[in-house]
Design a protein around this ligand. Structure first.
Ligand code: SAM
Length: 392
């Protein structure tokens, strides 16, 4: 067996818990164990970035005979230059992500915003029929997104920060992927909702718009400064159904009477931010976060997720991160499902969305991933939890 194939089968063995990397390397019978062990360790070190590169490049679709681990090993850890090149092309793709603008339906109608831009000399191209329409968008043109009804799409680098409609809270500058959590939680008007890690509040304002300001959003964040700017954002956006609290979500009691009617929770916790477009553009060679940082983040994310699943009336929860790392995404979701012991299951998140969760456990395809190359958005991950129906 060649070096790459041997490394791929060791990695597959580690994933399916047949043994440790070291043990499997020695058991492989491969002649140069030192070389094999080095390749396996390096591949594991860059695993998150490689997964993202492979997924976004559509490598497994293009090369059907390539097994995931072989793709990963081949994709460049034996030559770090290739990895750097792959990351470079990622930051190239990041710079092509269109400017998405969510119309704040608490303050205006999508048609009125469209008319306003037409009067300003923008050419309206109608509703997009797919990603290709977004890819070719240029100049003073704009579209409506194919998937999200209130999302306007402008060419990459269009700066809207000084636009009067943005300053008046009629428009929210929000990446398409970041609009998915509230869209998928879909709380109807009148619901009681918790936004567990809420600041600076873009998703909270989206929830309020979907709820038409009817019902209640309990929004928590433990960071006073971020909460203060969230207050300004919500006031500008005309959100009136939200109660903001400076609180560690982990100390919010699920048995508190105030939350007895909470059927919906959005959990968008602190994460490594490895999928953020600004990060990919400003720090292209930064590399993946350290193992220690990922462990600490994932520890908090899992605690927060299990805590959220303990709210007694909860029916639906959306977990999201702007991270590309499996440790913060599929691994957290899988562990929470295991700990919830059959009380919750994953619901398919937008089945037609092209990029799915990494297949690290049987239901992972119900999760969705996003990235500049495959979905023309920032890097993102979403999982939707639904309470299992009680047998009658
Ligand atoms: N959902 C927000 C939005 O769309 O604007 C972004 C949330 S940001 C990814 C994560 C937030 O979680 C940060 O504002 C951070 O201060 C907050 N956070 C971290 N740990 C927390 C905790 N234990 N309790 C409450 N908030 C926390």
């Amino acid at each position: 067996m060649g070096l790459y194939a041997a490394a791929a089968s060791v990695l597959a063995g580690v994933d399916s818990r047949q043994g440790s990397a070291k043990g499997l390397v020695y058991a492989s019978g491969f002649q140069n164990v030192k070389q094999l062990y080095a390749l396996v360790c390096e591949t594991q070190r860059y695993s998150a970035v490689l997964d993202a590169v492979i997924a976004s490049a559509g490598l497994l679709r293009a090369e059907k005979k390539l097994r995931p681990h072989l793709a990963k090993v081949r994709r460049g850890v034996s030559r770090n230059e290739d990895l750097v090149a792959a990351e470079g092309s990622q930051s190239g793709a990041a710079s092509q992500v269109p400017r998405f603008v969510r119309v704040n339906t608490l303050k205006t109608h999508t048609e009125d915003a469209v008319d306003y831009f037409k009067r300003q000399g923008f050419s309206y191209q109608g509703r997009a029929s797919g990603l290709d329409d977004l890819r070719t968008l240029q100049g003073k043109c704009f579209l409506l997104d194919a998937l999200l009804p209130e999302l306007l799409v402008f060419p990459a680098h269009t700066d809207m920060h000084q636009h009067p409609l943005y300053q008046a809270g009629h428009l929210i500058l929000q990446d398409k992927a970041s609009c998915l959590p509230a869209t998928l939680l879909a709380p109807p008007p009148g619901s009681h909702v918790i936004d567990a890690c809420a600041a600076p509040g873009n998703k909270t304002s989206h929830l309020a718009a979907l709820m038409k300001n009817q019902g209640k959003i309990f929004a928590f964040d433990h960071d006073a400064k971020r909460l203060a700017s969230m207050g300004t954002l919500l006031a500008r956006a005309g959100v009136s159904c939200c109660e903001l609290a400076e609180k560690d979500f982990l100390t919010v009691s699920p048995s508190d009477e105030r939350y007895r009617k909470v059927q919906y929770i959005l959990l968008d916790p602190s994460c490594s931010g490895s999928g953020m477009v600004t990060r990919q553009l400003e720090q292209p060679g930064e590399g993946p976060p350290s193992k220690e940082r990922l462990q600490a983040l994932a520890g908090f994310q899992l605690r927060a997720l299990c805590h959220a699943l303990a709210f007694p009336a909860l029916q639906r929860l959306v977990y999201s991160t702007c991270s590309l790392c499996q440790e913060e995404n599929e691994d957290v979701v899988q562990a929470a499902l295991e700990q919830s012991a059959g009380t919750f299951r994953l619901a398919p998140a937008l089945p037609a969305w092209p990029q799915r969760g990494l297949s690290t456990f049987p239901e992972a395809h119900h999760c969705l991933r996003a990235c500049p190359e495959s979905t023309l958005t920032g890097g993102f991950f979403v999982a939707v939890f639904e309470r299992e129906e009680m047998p009658r």
